[in-house]
Design a protein around this ligand. Structure first.
Ligand code: 1HN
Length: 372
């Protein structure tokens, strides 16, 4: 149906019926093509060039309760250290053939660090972030700068920055990691290097050096002019995200512009040197819905991943609906219509996507169905 709105429905090529003799010749030709690794277009064009995107990835819902239970079990059974590097357990989209890909471009994992544990330093060209679902007590050390990780914080490790983590608390801590590993892997662009086994700075400052420089609203240090392709800010503290969203809803209450749509406040995390996305391959946002409010349904090129942070929501993807609670993770494959309806206590959702890739390549499209 959506295809029709984009142009004429596709018609299959007419293949004239073959006599037994002709069929034998065709079979022989196709067999020879296969032998020397050729494949004709006319047998596959519908799959290669669908009218609108037909993702192999499916929408899938992972329950935080289950993820956490298994991450915690792996904390009892599997040490963290050099070689394995991280106690991170990736989410494998059931449509993607067993690869640890939540979408064709994105990796999403739950990571678990026990009290007193260190995840050793390394660096890779893949871009990475962390979002803290709950807890505190871990510092991630990025290029020697210890960055506190607390509930609701969004933290960056852009490609090729050394990073390791240490838990100084008396409790284990879990968070989610997002990386562009599938994109780097499938495009053969990945590089990796070990750093020190011990962290370069085991300090536990209240604010990272990157926040001291870059976390003052609208104010940039003159010592770092120009644009950086990745945000130099290592931590987007929850208090700022929360306040920004509350203020949008307060403006709505007072009858002023500010929300995306009725009852729907949202922010995008940005690179303070450009105002654009935090990293070249990953976009990150936070959405807050009032009780019962809903987002506008939309189709988009690219892949989104949501984590339900607080409250509850029904997430509609294509013809399916999923009920998400605290910590649950759900992905939206490219071009599947999606919308979110908040539960009775409202809904706070963290969201990341690969949209910057498609915007940079001028492949981005969105489509908002009419009459809804
Ligand atoms: C990585 O370095 C981290 O630094 C997390 O916490 C997940 C998944 C694959 C490869 C490297 C981290 C990762 C990762």
């Amino acid at each position: 149906m959506l295809g029709a709105e984009y142009g004429a429905e596709r018609t299959e090529g007419q293949v004239p019926p073959a006599t037994p003799e002709e069929q034998a010749e065709l079979d022989e030709m196709y067999a020879r093509m296969e032998q020397i690794h050729m494949k004709p277009l006319w047998t596959q064009i519908g799959g290669l060039m669908p009218t609108t995107p037909e993702p192999r990835a499916v929408a899938h819902h992972w329950q935080w309760r289950e993820l956490y239970k298994l991450a915690s079990r792996s904390g009892e059974l599997v040490p963290v250290g050099r070689g394995g590097e991280r106690r991170a357990i990736g989410l494998a989209n059931p449509g993607l053939g067993g690869d640890t890909y939540i979408s064709p471009t994105l990796w999403c994992a739950i990571q678990y660090l026990m009290p007193g544990e260190n995840a050793p330093e390394h660096r890779h060209s893949q871009n990475a972030f962390r979002f803290v679902t709950e807890g505190e007590g871990v510092w991630t050390v990025v290029n020697g700068d210890p960055v506190p990780m607390r509930r609701g914080d969004f933290l960056l490790t852009p490609g090729w920055n050394f990073h390791g983590h240490h838990n100084i608390a008396t409790e284990p801590m879990a968070w989610i990691d997002g990386l562009d590993i599938p994109f780097a892997h499938d495009m053969d662009t990945g590089f990796f290097e070990y750093g020190t086994e011990e962290l370069t700075d085991e300090g536990t400052p209240e604010h990272s050096r990157s926040e001291q420089l870059w976390a003052h609203p609208g104010l940039r240090p003159l010592s770092f002019p120009g644009q950086a392709s990745a945000s130099p800010l290592g931590r987007y503290a929850w208090e700022h995200t929360d306040a920004a969203l509350n203020d949008q809803l307060a403006l709505e209450d007072a009858g002023h512009a500010g929300v995306v749509s009725p009852g729907h406040a949202a922010i995008r995390y940005t690179n303070p040197t450009t105002g654009g996305d935090v990293m070249t391959t990953i976009r990150a946002e936070f959405h807050r819905l009032r009780p019962g409010a809903a987002t506008t349904p939309v189709h988009e090129v690219g892949n989104r991943v949501f984590q339900l942070f607080e409250g509850s929501a029904t997430i509609h993807v294509g013809d399916e609906s999923f009920t998400a609670e605290h910590g649950d993770i759900l992905n939206v494959p490219s071009w599947k219509k999606w919308s979110i309806e908040a539960g009775p206590d409202g809904a706070d959702l963290f969201c990341f996507s690969d949209h910057p890739i498609f915007e940079a390549l001028h492949l981005a499209r969105t489509y908002t169905p009419k009459g809804i």
